[in-house]
Ligand binder design. Sequence first.
Ligand code: GUN
Length: 366
Amino acid sequence: MASGLLSDCASSSSCSIRLHQFKGKSRAFARPFGCNGSISLPLRNLSVKNCTFASNSTGWSLSAVSSAMTDNASAIIIDGKAVAKQIREEVASEVARLKDAFGIIPGLAVILVGSRKDSQTYVRNKKKSCEDVGITSYEVNLPEYCTEEEVLKHISVFNNDPSVHGILVQLPLPRHMNEQNILNSVSIEKDVDGFNPLNIGCLALQGREPLFVPCTPKGCMDLLHRHNIEIKGKRAAVIGRSNIVGMPAALLLQRENATVTVVHSRTSNPEEIVRQADIVISACGIANLVRGSWLKPGAVVIDVGINPVEDPESPRGYRLVGDVCYEEACKIASAITPVPGGVGPMTIAMLLSNTLTSAKRIHNIK
Ligand code: GUN
């Protein structure tokens, strides 16, 4: 998360609403509220007007999807909070089965170095979520100025501990540490973050399967899958090229046969590229960077950004917004994740799911 407070969206009145006519016969579409044209939705069995959403092959249904009810808004709101809750419930019931049938309790070890407030919050949330689903959590808190060797020593202990099935080193690490050495030392069989270069390498290679996929981009893909959003043959733009989100998100989209362009800080024509995309995943950490006018009508928008902006009306003096100007995007996109409540809750849900998968794989349980 960016440390400073960023400015909010400029007036949305500057945003033009461009509509395109629905051409496909086999796909459902919705008429945006207050608009004459139509915006095609890459979702099947869907009616925004009367808010019905038939369940699909993944069993997903109305409970996690609601239509944007603001004036002129047409986008389906992808409710990551509800999806994440469902995943946590599924993980909890499978964890209970493992315990009852095999006496195995999945374990996750989290290593936190330093005292960054945001990292402390993330780690606390991860620990709490583990407890809620019956996963045992092991926590190591090290001071900012500990040595890299100390971190490596703890990783080695967890690598050899049979009650630990997942190891996570909270990032970012203090500057004096070599992140690469540390991530390389996490056993790939317990690399529930998917950050070991062997796992990332497998993600990039055709015909290879990583043991784990990084949690946030995996959560983005899960939201697309559960909402029946077609990826194959679509144009996708990923904004941001971080090791944690942007880069693996681009690889995941490409693995599913999207045509992917990565937009980054040196891209000269970001708007032009994003405007061609059917699917936009934004993970650049700049509040409201992506305006409504950047989006192709009907695009699906997955907003990974969690950025604080000044808000004198909030008791905290700030509120959290995404990378995408939400009010504007709601009028142009066919589906969008809100901030908060979109991708954020999915990251921890994926971590729990990866830890469960790891325990089952290590113990050879189907
Ligand atoms: N810091 C921000 N996101 C993440 C994440 O997904 N995993 C770890 N280990 N650190 C992070």
